[in-house]
Design a binder for this molecule. Sequence first.
Ligand SMILES: NC(=O)c1ccc[n+]([C@@H]2O[C@H](COP(=O)([O-])OP(=O)(O)OC[C@H]3O[C@@H](n4cnc5c(N)ncnc54)[C@H](O)[C@@H]3O)[C@@H](O)[C@H]2O)c1
Length: 436
Amino acid sequence: MSDYFPRREFLKTAALAAAPALLKSQSPNDRLRVGWIATGSRGQFVMKQMYRLSKDSVTVTAVCDTYQGNLNAGKDIVQSNEPGHTPKTYVAYRDLLADPNVDVVFISSPEHLHFPMALQAIAANKHIYLEKPIAHTIEEGQQIVEASEKSGRVLQVGTQNRSNKLYIRAREMVQNGDIGEVHYVRAFWYRNFDAQADPTKTTPAAWRYVIPSDTTPENTDWQRFLEGSAHKNISFSPERYFQWRNYWDYSGGISTDLLVHQTDISNFVCNRTVPFSCMASGGVYQWGKEFHDDREVPDTFSAIYEYPDRFHLNYSCYFGNDQYGYGEQFMGHDGTIEVMDRQNLHFYPQPKFIKGHAPFTKQTELHLNYLKDFDQPDATADHVHNFLMAVLGKEKAIAPARAGQIAAIPGHLATLSYKTDHKTFWDPATNKVHYS
Ligand SMILES: NC(=O)c1ccc[n+]([C@@H]2O[C@H](COP(=O)([O-])OP(=O)(O)OC[C@H]3O[C@@H](n4cnc5c(N)ncnc54)[C@H](O)[C@@H]3O)[C@@H](O)[C@H]2O)c1
């Protein structure tokens, strides 16, 4: 058996030669000056995680959000973590990017706004932590990759599973040959919610988040929300603003909101890149018109991927039953590594097929718990820390723009397959999608 507890520190990479130089305005003892664009649910969570692990490396000099309630919430988190300090507040993200006291920006806006915000942040010479998916379309993601790689600045995509020590261990085990050749991965994400699209319920329908009672077109700045959207003349809709995941103009639904985490981690663990084909299928089964729910994106979804060199990913997602939760099963000829709910890793050998080994027993199974065995309460804090250390030239970013794009392309292929009812094919030579 291999040593499952090696002292390898995956992130303390030797590749520091490639890391960017310290910021010009910065002495090694200075804190990085952070500007935060969009302090909604994820923005607030990531900011707290940043303070949990990286408090000594940062000061948040500016926050920006178009909804006043979330702008205030972002400012409050800064003030409670940096007593006596008040960040500047902005409604227009371009003003934040023009602020000379911002070196590093976090972008946690809805998906359709990633593209304009990231491109402008790159143009403003900022280092960027950009939430997943990298962009709303393949073409936009490609432009971000190109601009980011030219810029010489760090861009980290918010695919934090890469910083989860369970997946780092799974990757080491696969590299070590512990499960033999891996041709097949099963990934799934199951959730359950009330059947009603009623946000006053304690568990409202999926992605029907509570709309604050003070919401108006003015205090949400509807026109700024529409910036990255294909349709600009839609009248004000609090549902679209606060529940944007349900509409194609702002989100790829399950494909780009959830699946990208799992294509990303399958790439990471199994050392794969982009699939050459995808076939997706599903629908709105849980909600819909009879529940007065105008969602456009499916709540029930499956996608089958074929990758070069004999690799297959079988993905399913359903919002009507959470019995099997969240997980990936990396299935090799000699064993299976299963990571469940990003909390537990199970290793099951396939004894009967292993030649030249003593028969495996139950003891050769391995079960690791994220908190107990790794003392890691949430990988987001580590992912942010890795980003900040990369900006300081001390580590290499684990999820650069290209990795984010490689994770997102399969998500987009699935959306396109679902919408067109065709199998989609990815041509890496031309960076184009073809249809069956
Ligand atoms: N990495 C993860 O595990 C993870 C988890 C959840 C969400 N996310 C990602 O985080 C992002 C945000 O998701 P969320 O759940 O926080 O959404 P949210 O709706 O809660 O927050 C979005 C925020 O953006 C603000 N906003 C809208 N338009 C703006 C504009 N033009 N300028 C400035 N602010 C604007 C809104 O007012 C809101 O506060 C998405 O890309 C999502 O995919 C990632």
